[in-house]
Design a protein around this ligand. Structure first.
Ligand code: PBG
Length: 331
C-alpha cells in the first residue's frame, strides 16, 4: 500500500532495473529461418522481407557459420524448388538428392554443432501450393501423413537433428515419431507447429517460396483454413499442443507470435515441453516497413517484441531478426 510501497524504487536506475529484470534474451534463444534455392554463389533478396535472402547452398553455409559465431544454435530451413519439380504427390520432398537433403548435409558437414530443423510440409513441392495431397477438392489427411513420414526420414538420413512439421495434418506427429523410430532414428527430435493459425501474416513467406495456394484445373481449397487454426480460438490451441505432446512432440510451437501471446502463455501453462514461437514473415515485414519510413525505431521495436515473446513463455523464438538481434546483444 502507498506510501509504504513505491514501485518506482525498483526503477530508479539501470542497475536496479537489471537486478529485478524477470526475463532475459540471449542469442541461444533464437532460431534463424533460412530460405534455400538452387544455384551457386547466388542470392536474391525477398522484396517483402528486406535483409532476408534466398541463397544457394554454398552461401547458406557461409551464413550458418557466421550466425553460429554469434551464438545462434538452430536454423529452420525452407527450400524453394523449381516449378518443374512440383506435383500433387510432393514426391520431390523425399528425393534423397533433393535441395533440402543436400542443404542439410552441407550445413551439418560445415557446422556440425548447429541444430538443423528442416521444415516438413508439402507446400513448397505442391503444384497447388497446399500443405498436403489434394483428393476430391480437399486435403487428404492420412495420405499426406504418409508422404510426410517419407520426407522426414529422408531429412534424418541427410543428418537433420530435428524435423519440424508445419502442415497441421491430424496425427502427423505420431506417424512421424513411428516412422523415424522404425527407420532407426530414435534421437531425431520433432518440433511440432502445434498451434498454427490460418494467418495473413504469412504473406511474405509465401512470396519467398512461391508457395501460396493457387488456381488450378481441379477443385482446390482457396486457402488453408481446413487445416490451419481459426484465429478466434484459444482453447483449441491447448488441445492441439497436448495432442502433439502425447503423439511424441519434443517441442511445440505457437505461430504467429506477437498477436498470439495469449496463446503462448496458455500453451506454456499446459505443457511440460519447451514452447517455441514463430515470429513470422509478416511481423518482420511490418517492422522493416515502418522503420524504413522513420515511423518506428527499428532496433528498439525488434528487441521489445523479442523480449515480450520470451516473457509470454517462449523457450525459443524462430525469428528473421535472429542475426540482427544477436549482433545487438553482443554489443
Ligand atoms: C508452410 C509454412 C508457412 C510458414 C512456415 N511454414 C506458410 C504457410 O503456412 O502458408 C510461414 C512462416 C512465416 O510467415 O514466416 N508449411
Amino acid at each position: 500500500m502507498f506510501p509504504l510501497q513505491r514501485g518506482r524504487r525498483l526503477r530508479v536506475n539501470e542497475s536496479i532495473r537489471s537486478l529485478v529484470r524477470e526475463t532475459s534474451l540471449s542469442p541461444a534463444d533464437f532460431m534463424f529461418p533460412m530460405f534455400i534455392t538452387e544455384g551457386e554463389n547466388y542470392q536474391s533478396e525477398i522484396p517483402s522481407m528486406p535483409g532476408i535472402f534466398r541463397r544457394s547452398i554454398d552461401l547458406t553455409v557461409k551464413e550458418v557459420k557466421e550466425i553460429y559465431a554469434l551464438g545462434i544454435r538452430a536454423v529452420n530451413i525452407y527450400v524453394k524448388v523449381d516449378e518443374s519439380l512440383k506435383d500433387n504427390t510432393g514426391k520431390e520432398a523425399w528425393n534423397p538428392n533433393g535441395l533440402m537433403q543436400q542443404a542439410i548435409k552441407a550445413i551439418k558437414t560445415a557446422c556440425p554443432e548447429m541444430i538443423v530443423m528442416p521444415d516438413v510440409a508439402l507446400d513448397p513441392y505442391s503444384i497447388y501450393g497446399h500443405d498436403g495431397i489434394i483428393e476430391n477438392g480437399d486435403i487428404a489427411n492420412d495420405a499426406t501423413n504418409e508422404a510426410l513420414v517419407k520426407m522426414a526420414v529422408s531429412h534424418a538420413q541427410a543428418g537433420a537433428d530435428f524435423v519440424a512439421p508445419s502442415d497441421m495434418m491430424d496425427g502427423r506427429v505420431l506417424r512421424l515419431r513411428q516412422g523415424l523410430d522404425a527407420a532407426g532414428f530414435p534421437n531425431v527430435g520433432i518440433m511440432s507447429y502445434s498451434a498454427k493459425y490460418a494467418s495473413a501474416f504469412y504473406g511474405p513467406f509465401r512470396d519467398a517460396l512461391d508457395s501460396a495456394p493457387r488456381e488450378a484445373d481441379v477443385e482446390v481449397p482457396k486457402d488453408k483454413k481446413t487445416y490451419q487454426m481459426d484465429y478466434a480460438n484459444r482453447i483449441e490451441a491447448v488441445k492441439e499442443a497436448l495432442m502433439d505432446v502425447e503423439e511424441g512432440a519434443d517441442m511445440v510451437m505457437v505461430k504467429p507470435g506477437i498477436a498470439y501471446l495469449d496463446i503462448v502463455r496458455e500453451v506454456k501453462n499446459a505443457v511440460n515441453v519447451p514452447v517455441t514461437v514463430f515470429h513470422v514473415s509478416g511481423e518482420y515485414a511490418m517492422i522493416k516497413a515502418a522503420s524504413e519510413r522513420g515511423w518506428l525505431d527499428h532496433d528498439k521495436i525488434m528487441m521489445e517484441q523479442l523480449m515480450c515473446i520470451k516473457r509470454a513463455g517462449a523457450s525459443l523464438i524462430s525469428t528473421y531478426f535472429a542475426k540482427e538481434a544477436a549482433i545487438l546483444l553482443k554489443k
